[in-house]
Design a protein. Sequence first.
Length: 531
Amino acid sequence: MKKYLLILSLCAIHLTSFSQKHQDRFNAIDVQHYRFEIQLNDESNKINGLAQVIIRFKKDLNIFELDLINQDGDGTGMKIIALMEGTAKVPFEHIGNKINIKASAKANDLKTYTIAYEGIPKTGLIISKNKFGDRTFFGDNYPDRGQHWLPIVDHPSDKATVEWVVTAPSHYQVVGNGKLVELTNINDKTTLTHWKTDVALPTKVMVIGAARFAIQHVADVYGTTVSSWIYPQDREKGFYDYAPAAPILDWFINHVGDYPFAKLANVQSKTQFGGMENAGNIFYSENSVTGNRTIEGLLAHEIAHQWFGNSASEGNWHHAWLSEGFATYFTILYTEQKHGRAKAWETVIANRQQVIEFSKQNRVPIVNTAIENYMQILNANTYQKGGWVLHMLRKEVGDEIFWEAIRQYYDKYKLSNALTDDLKDVFELVSGKNLDTFFQQWVYQAGQPHIEATWSFKNGQLDLEILQKQSENFVFDLEVEIAYADGATERRVVKVESKKQSYKPKLKATPTKITLDPDAWLLFEGGLIEK
C-alpha cells in the first residue's frame, strides 16, 4: 500500500508540473492567427512551410515557445530554416520539440513571427496512397499531432483563426478550413488554393486535404453550403452516402443553434479514425463509402462536433467528454427524433454495456487527469459514458429544461472553451437544481452502481432489498415497474441513498414481476436476482 501511495504521489507531482507548464504558457501568450503556406509535391514526402503566427502577449517576457516536432534519426520531423519578426532575424532554439523564441515583448503587444521550415511529417499530415493507389495528403491532427507539421500552440484552449495557402500539383484539389479565397493556376503544373476562416479554431481541427476528388454541391442549409468530396472512383456511391448530411445539419441548427462555420464539406479521406470532425471540412474514413447509405449515425456524430468540440471546445483534453460524449448522445437524440425511441434506445442499451465492459479493466473516472497520452482518452468513458451522463442529466431535469440548458450552454461557450463545471453551472442555473452530487459521482468518480436486488411479497407488502456491490458511493433514483397478474403495471421511484436499502410499500395485489429501470435511464450493472 505504501508503494502504491508513493506512485500516486509521484504521479500527482508530475501531473502538477506538467499542467503548470502548459498553464504558464497560456498565461503568457495568446495566438490570434495562423497563416500556413504549404508546398506539396509528388517527388517526395518533404513539405516546405512558411508560417506567420500573430501573437498577443499577456505579460512582459523575453522568451516564449511554440510546438514543432524536431527532425528525428529516422529522417522525419521539421527543420527551421529561418525565424523572423518583420525583416529582423529572431534568435531561437529548436530542441525537445519546442521552438524557444528569444524575443522581448510587453504585455498587450501584438507581434507577427514568420517561420520558414521544411521536413517530412511522421504523422499529423498523412502522406500516403488511398485504396485506389492514388497519392493523397490529409491533415489528421487529433489530439496533439498538428505539431508534427505545423509550428503552433498545440492545445485546444488556445484558439486562433487560420488560413491555408497551398501550392500543389494541379491534379489535386485542396480542401481546407473556412472560405475559399483564391484558386489560381500558377502554371501548367501547379495550382494555388487559399482557404481562410473568420472564426477561431482549436489546432486539433485545423487541417487541409489534397487528393483527386469528385466534388458535389449537395445543398444550401440556412446559407451554409454542404458539399461532398469523394474519390473519383467512388463518385456515385459517395455522393449517395454523404447526401444525408444536409438534413442532419438542418436538424442540428434547429435544435442547438446557428452553424458556426463557413461551410460543411464532407470528405472521403485517409484519416485513421472512422471520422474526424475537422472544422467545416469533416474527414471520413475512405471505407465509409459503400453505396449502401449506412453511415447516417457517423455523419450525425461528426456534424454534432461542429457545435460540441469545434466551437464549444473542451478547455483541456481531460474534459474531452464535452466533445465526444456530446457527439455520441446527440447522435442518439437525432436518431430518436428521426427513427423513433425504440431505435435510439438500442444504442442507449448497447452503450451501457460498453461502459460496463470498459470499467472491468479500467475503473477510472471520465475526467481522468492521470492520462498523458491523449490518444488514450478515446475510450468508452469519454464516448459512451459521457453520452450516458447527458442521458441521465436529461432524465434528471426533464426534456424541456434539458434542451434549454443545452442551448444556453452552447450559446455561452460557442467559439470558446468550457470545462465540466461550466456545463454543471449552466444546468444548475436553468433547472434550479443542485447538481454537485450528480457530476461528482458520474463524471469525477470511477465506476457505476453494481446492483443486486431481491424481492418478496407477504401480507400485502412488497419487500425489495437493494444492495450495491461496488466500492464507490452512489445515490440515485431507481425506477421500478411492478407488474400484476391482470396485466396492469405501476411505476415507483426508489431513492437509493445507501449501499444496502429496503423498499417496503403496500401493494394492491400480489406482483408477478419486478423490473428495475424499465426505460433504461440509469447507468448500472447487475439487477434482480430471482429467488
